[in-house]
Design a protein around this ligand. Structure first.
Ligand SMILES: N[C@@H](CCC(=O)N[C@@H](CS)C(=O)NCC(=O)O)C(=O)O
Length: 332
């Protein structure tokens, strides 16, 4: 519990939150408008708060955010809570005048198209790989649309609003997902700008500290696809297979240039170790193209006894490891 104050006979409202979760949007809004609140840190396993509240009793799914208003009424759902806080703030501070429907539109877009369709499956530990792939595919349509909206604007609406508080909370999660904001310069610039805003910087600092207290060091983000592929290519350039073990995923599968499939880490390691340690084989890299979690590598191979052969590898990297490789040989 970070603060417990009373206003007249009424308790200040309470925000039930988990550090760095979507509830941080409401904290940003409260900081921005200097609205006092009692921040109740919900334990991520027990779903209980220091005031004794069991979140599952006030929210059907036990989710944050939950806002307990000063009259005791309970409000759930980011879009509703954020609009309630905006209504409590001085006019124009959290919601530009005359943009009510646009605010509702963007809160819905952020909540459904981004939060739930893209980020939730990427962050959920138990989400199957297929769900994560689908979420990444969803990002490929939604993030360019968002970037084009932000191309020539400082905020989602005409001035800072709770929509920005929600959006920057989500964009902060890209640190621990394979989504690279640098692919959309307007989004990267927006995130940098918003992170420097006083209310956002303060919320991020406060919740990062609480996150580390609760769960230890944040999990570092996986290395970008380009770095993984460069280390992978180095194995064959240097004839040194030592790095392969940590570059290959347990469920890796190779479809080799000869059409033979090698499934599972052990089979993939055996094939690649054999190629890498053959001193006669020499690869020349002609081109490496990285696109999200995919890489296309054009290579030429000599030392097979035959003339120099040209080919292409199509690779997929997830969580810093190669999960899929398909090889094609020119003229095969
Ligand atoms: N539709 C809800 C979604 C809230 C939500 O997804 N909350 C997450 C944190 S960002 C949560 O509490 N998850 C807890 C869990 O999955 O156990 C809203 O907009 O408020």
């Amino acid at each position: 519990m970070e603060s417990e104050r009373e206003v007249g006979h009424r308790e200040v409202m309470k925000l039930y939150f988990s550090p760095l979760a979507c509830s941080m949007a409401t904290r940003i809004a409260l900081y921005e408008a200097a609205i006092p609140a009692d921040y109740q840190h919900v334990n991520h396993t027990t779903r209980r708060a220091p005031d004794g509240t069991d979140l599952r009793e006030v929210h059907p799914l036990g989710y944050v955010p939950v806002l307990r208003l000063d009259d005791g009424a309970i409000l759930t759902e980011n879009a509703a809570i954020l609009q309630q806080v905006a209504a409590l703030a001085p006019p124009g501070v959290l919601a530009p005048a005359h943009q009510g429907p646009a605010l509702q539109q963007w809160l819905s877009f952020i909540g459904t198209e981004l939060h739930k369709a893209v980020f939730a499956p990427l962050l959920e530990r138990t989400a199957p790989d297929g769900a994560k792939d689908h979420a990444l595919a969803n990002a490929e349509r939604r993030l360019p649309a968002l970037a084009s909206h932000l191309e020539k604007r400082a905020f989602v609406l005409d001035t800072f609003s709770v929509a920005d508080a929600y959006l920057i909370t989500l964009l902060n999660w890209t640190q621990v997902t394979p989504i690279r904001l640098s692919r959309w310069p307007a989004l990267a610039a927006y995130a940098t700008r918003l992170q420097q805003r006083r209310s956002v910087a303060r919320a991020l600092a406060d919740e990062s500290r609480l996150f580390v207290e609760e769960r230890g060091r944040p999990v570092p983000p996986p290395p970008p696809t380009g770095d993984v592929i460069q280390r992978f290519n180095d194995v064959f350039q240097r004839h040194d297979p030592a790095a392969l073990d940590e570059l290959v995923a347990d469920d890796c599968a190779i479809e080799n240039v000869d059409g033979v499939r090698h499934a599972g880490k052990a089979a993939c390691l055996a094939l690649w170790r054999g190629i890498a340690t053959d001193p006669a084989l020499s690869f020349t890299l002609d081109e490496v193209v990285i696109a999200g979690e995919h890489a296309t590598i054009r290579w030429r191979l000599s030392g097979t006894g035959a003339a120099v052969r040209a080919g292409v590898n199509v690779m997929r990297v997830r969580g810093g490891r190669v999960v899929e490789a398909r090889g094609y040989l020119q003229g095969a």
